[in-house]
Design a protein around this ligand. Structure first.
Ligand SMILES: Nc1ncnc2c1ncn2[C@@H]1O[C@H](COP(=O)(O)OP(=O)(O)OP(=O)(O)O)[C@@H](O)[C@H]1O
Length: 444
């Protein structure tokens, strides 16, 4: 790391500089803010040690200038013991930490390690954000389906307001992805988007995950934690599977929604958070309410804006476009040529019921893109449940009726030929007859 030391006392600059250099970092130093800003202009620094009493200058004001010149630099304040309140003020204005004078090289080492750890975490977050954006390259918020168009229209109109939004729809219909998009389009877009998966934890852990806890408030609470409501302050809190939120936590969520107030587990201090809440469920919450598993007041508070996402089967007009988009995504990722789907694949897609919706479509296409040997996806590249049904027990000479034998023969020929015409030719009948037979046998 490159470290800047700003202190008007030459001896402090010298000893601190030596200590930092011994730890393997590059050091530059300055006796005043003018020189410090000049050094930052020449090359950015990772960390800066800054004296609160900088001769005639006020260290806290210098801190502002340094952070303005290089946002994100970790500034550690040197303070005299009598000056703790100034140190606290510096922290409030964005200082990374403070060290009371006189200090030891060990204190310098510890704080620099902390800076390095934070830098690493920041890089990791950046990397994950890039990955997330790459993943969302396949995400598509266009639709030709009227129900989906209506859902998107409501969602994007509501995104611009602070209203709580409830996303309804079966598993894999894209509720989480839509929640992220609403966040991106909302006023709190610069805040964090935080997801809480309601069914994944016990009541106690979920409450602590949401609101945080203080050390010792329950078995396993070894330190203080902030909780996801605090992390989402100024951003969006996405509560996935809200239908599974335990009854005991429901009034606390209601209080957060109505009063913007909450308390950490094991603490009486009232805290405030400004979060936009988006909730999602694939359950029927009205039924949950009738059964007494969901509070009526919370139900109505959450259901100000309801957005219902249709299943993929109910969006036939979007199916092949979504499939092509997913194929394009995996084509890029895998560096294959892959130009499209064989006609039987498109037919199989249209026939299929897609119980896992968009998630299933993505998985099916990823698998097919891996398996595909040529430039297009063939029926063979799809999982078993997309293959035409065939009954291995039926063979020439087996004790079956002529109708059963005919149906099975037609099925197998259809599966092994590329088009209806080719199948008709092989069977020695005309395509119209084959079409009628397929219909009669329920093969379409
Ligand atoms: N708008 C979209 N366009 C293309 N693909 C999408 C879209 N939305 C979702 N998907 C795909 O479907 C997958 C599942 O989406 P998502 O997690 O949002 O569904 P969900 O409704 O929240 O599911 P669950 O109820 O199981 O949590 C995503 O990972 C993505 O691959």
């Amino acid at each position: 790391m490159r470290v800047l030391i700003v202190d008007d006392e030459p001896s402090i600059r010298k000893t601190t500089g030596l200590a930092v250099e011994t730890m393997g970092h590059a050091v530059v130093d300055a006796p005043n803010s003018l020189r410090a800003l000049k050094l930052l202009e020449e090359a950015p620094c990772d960390a800066c040690f800054l004296d609160v009493n900088l001769g005639a200058e006020n260290g806290v004001e210098v801190l502002d200038k340094i952070l303005k010149a290089q946002p994100g630099i970790a500034v550690v304040m040197f303070t005299a013991f009598a000056n703790i309140s100034t140190a606290v003020e510096a922290m409030r204005r964005g200082a990374f930490d403070f060290i009371p004078k006189p200090f030891t090289p060990e204190q310098i080492r510890q704080v620099l390690e902390q800076v390095a750890r934070t830098r690493k975490l920041e890089q990791r977050v950046k990397q994950l954000e890039t990955q997330l954006n790459e993943q969302s390259a396949e995400i598509d918020f266009d639709s030709t389906d009227p129900a989906m168009q209506r859902a998107l229209e409501i969602a994007f109109k509501a995104a611009a307001t602070p209203a709580t939004i409830m996303l309804l729809g079966s598993s894999g219909t894209g509720k989480s992805m839509l929640a992220r998009e609403i966040h991106r389009r909302g006023a709190q877009r610069d805040g964090t988007f935080v997801t809480v998966n309601c069914p994944s934890l016990s009541r106690e852990l979920l409450e602590s995950e949401l609101f945080g806890h203080v050390k010792g408030s329950f078995t396993g609470a070894v330190g203080d934690t902030l909780g996801k409501v605090a992390s989402a302050d100024g951003g969006t809190l996405f509560l996935d599977e809200i239908g599974e939120l335990p009854l005991e936590i429901q009034p606390k969520l209601l209080r957060l929604l109505q009063e913007r107030e909450y308390e950490r587990v094991g603490e009486a201090k009232v805290r405030r958070a400004n979060v936009r809440v988006i909730a999602a469920t694939n359950r029927n919450l009205a039924d949950e309410m009738k059964e007494g598993r969901f509070r009526e007041d919370l139900f109505y508070r959450l259901s100000v804006i309801n957005v219902t996402l249709p299943g993929l089967k109910d969006r036939p007009g979007d199916l092949m476009r979504l499939a092509m988009r997913a194929l394009g995504f995996f084509r890029e990722r895998m560096g294959k040529r892959l130009t499209g789907f064989a006609p039987e694949v498109s037919e199989a897609f249209v026939r299929y019921s897609w119980p896992g919706n968009l998630r299933e479509l993505r998985n099916v296409i990823e698998r097919a893109a891996i398996l595909a040997a040529g430039d297009i996806i063939e029926l063979d590249d799809l999982p078993e449940n997309f293959q035409p049904q065939s009954d291995a027990r039926i063979a020439v000479g087996a004790r079956v009726t002529l109708d059963e034998l005919e149906a099975e023969h037609i099925r197998r020929i259809l599966a092994s030929t590329k088009s209806l015409d080719e199948a008709a030719r092989t069977l020695g009948i005309d395509p119209a007859t084959l079409y009628r037979k397929r219909q009669k046998m329920g093969l379409i």
